[in-house]
Design a protein around this ligand. Structure first.
Ligand SMILES: [Zn+2]
Ligand SMILES: [Zn+2]
Length: 139
């Protein structure tokens, strides 16, 4: 989990610095942090792109970790994803269809639908306090 927080430091959107890593058989397969698509300007260069109170310029950390696996032809089915924050609904749906079987997350994110979807799909959810932080502080 501390590696996941290191990855989050690369985030280019300071509204939420999120990191994720996908692990299988005790090996890190891919990593991701939230940022603009490759080759496009980032929030820390040109500002956020706000719609309905959310910055929509970025791909989420979980999405980038899954895309990186697709890009390099790495199988993540049966893997575990570590995330600094609880996944949102879109990420939860991608995690389910990527065949990831467990989500370990530190901070809370207010999306009860995401939790419900993951539970229904039998993806196990493991809250894990951030290194050196209480779960409340890391939310
Ligand atoms: Zn942003
Ligand atoms: Zn997300």
């Amino acid at each position: 989990m501390s590696i996941t927080f290191q990855v989050a430091k690369r985030s280019t959107c300071d509204r939420a610095q999120v990191g994720s890593i996908i692990v299988k058989d005790r090996r890190i397969l891919t990593t991701g942090y939230n940022g603009a698509p490759a080759g496009l300007p980032h929030c820390d260069e040109i500002g956020h792109l706000m719609i309905n109170g959310h910055c929509v310029r970025t791909l989420h950390a979980e999405q980038n970790a899954i895309i990186q696996a697709a890009l390099h032809g790495v199988g993540v089915a049966g893997g575990v994803i570590y995330v600094t924050h609880q996944p949102c609904l879109t990420c939860a749906k991608m995690i389910i269809n990527a065949g990831i079987v467990r989500v370990v997350y530190a901070g809370h994110y207010p999306d009860p639908n995401a939790v419900e979807f993951l539970r229904e799909a039998s993806v196990s959810l493991s809250p894990h306090p951030a290194p050196g932080l209480s779960p409340a502080e890391s939310a």
